[in-house]
Design a protein around this ligand. Structure first.
Ligand SMILES: [Zn+2]
Length: 398
């Protein structure tokens, strides 16, 4: 890893658009100056020349379960570095390692081990843990182990929070379950982002959740309801917005979609992005333990999965559920352009600025303004990755 002093950018991402011909100066791991390219360019080992390329801020993923066959459960602790390296090499410079539903012993041990790992990480920035489960709807379990799901339980939540030593940054639960509102209040009171997911909540139940502190919808449209017809107490069929409709209707809610081309239909990303602008829509990889694995059958880390040659993974429990994605966030961002037709500028916003805002990291992440962390990607004209820079250090150079 070599330290850089200058990055010469052909087109540099800023919130307002791509700026042409910019010299970024790095000091102490941050952006310290932003100038037009000077007539006499700096040279030497500390200069990276990307005058023929796009430079965009490092990607921020709110949900990474693992990769290469390993999860962030304690049993795989020897492989955490490899998982992080896999995502970092693809430009995910900040992310939330995510734990899915498991029995209490597995969860508490994993939270404790992962919390220590997050605070010690020196490669990617791991600003905390995303706990997805175990307070989820059995109706919407998806690839989560239905036998390990739990009803909302305050004392259990306290034990999980204690094990995690303050490192839980986001928690996904089903707000319609009895006792959920108390959990939402407790989590939101600690500054933890509370998300609805794996949930069959109605619009009314979502509104109650939002009043209690819920602010997010996890992988909207997957393991959650789209607007649909539902019986009303009066006896006729009415319309029920579900989680996706609640996200559309409520400005207080932000949400993520998994943009691998299989989970969330790419055609719906541009209208949703427009509706939720500027920061209310986030794309995530929801990379599963089998991200980066060749086709085949896998088990471990709370997941049984089959990786298919077409690039998706299904749950081995009955094969009917997508089991997280096999991609990295860079691929989701590229697909926002190639499959959804967004501009590169907009796609970067969904994969970097918006999640940084959501995780309350926007001062230092999700942009390359002065004072921001010097985390950035150099992309070729075809959006392929040329280089990854973290804290001003070149970590990947292809
Ligand atoms: Zn999920």
């Amino acid at each position: 890893m070599s330290a850089l002093t200058h990055l010469l950018a052909g087109r540099l991402w800023s919130p307002a658009g791509f700026a042409e011909g910019v010299q970024l100066t790095f000091a102490a791991g941050r952006v310290s100056a932003w100038d037009a390219l000077p007539p006499r360019l700096p040279s030497g080992d500390g200069v990276f020349d990307a005058r023929d390329a796009f430079v965009v801020p490092g990607l921020v993923d709110v949900q990474v379960n693992g990769g290469l066959g390993w999860s962030f459960q304690a049993q795989h602790r020897a492989h955490f570095d490899a998982i992080v390296a896999h995502h970092l090499a693809a430009g995910t410079t900040t992310f939330l390692p995510t734990l899915v539903t498991a029995d209490e012993t597995t969860l508490t041990e994993s939270l404790a081990v992962l919390a220590d790992y997050c605070t010690k990480s020196t490669s990617a920035t791991l600003p905390g843990i995303h706990l997805e489960g175990p307070f989820l709807s059995p109706e919407k379990a998806g690839a989560h182990d239905p036998a390990a799901l739990r009803l909302p339980d305050g004392p259990l939540l306290q034990r999980l929070l204690t094990a995690a030593k303050g490192q839980i940054r986001m928690c996904t639960l089903a707000p319609e379950l009895p006792g959920s509102l108390e959990l939402i209040r407790a989590l939101a009171g600690l500054g933890i982002v509370v998300a609805a997911g794996h949930s069959a909540a109605t619009f009314a139940q979502m509104q109650a959740g939002v009043e209690a502190g819920l602010s997010f919808v996890t992988h909207a449209g997957n393991a959650s309801d789209w607007p649909h017809r539902a019986p009303r107490p009066e006896g006729f069929w009415g319309s029920e917005p579900g989680l996706v409709g609640s996200l559309l209707a409520d400005d207080r809610l932000s949400g993520s979609v998994i943009l691998d081309g299989f989970h969330f239909h790419p055609a719906l990303v541009p209208p949703l992005a427009k509706l939720k602008a500027p920061h209310g829509l986030i794309i995530t990889s929801d990379a599963s333990t089998v991200a980066g694995c060749p086709p085949g059958e896998y088990s471990g880390g709370g997941l049984l999965a089959t990786v298919h040659a077409a690039g998706y993974a299904t749950s081995g429990r009955d094969g009917r559920w997508l089991a997280g994605s096999t991609i990295t966030l860079l691929q989701a961002m590229q697909r926002a352009v190639t499959l959804s037709g967004l501009s590169l500028h907009a796609a970067v916003g969904l994969a970097s600025a918006a999640p940084a805002h959501h995780l309350r990291l926007a001062q230092r992440k999700g942009h390359l303004g002065i004072g921001a962390d010097a985390d950035c990607l150099v992309l070729n004209e075809d959006l392929s990755l040329r280089a990854v820079i973290v804290g001003g250090r070149l970590t990947t150079d292809r």
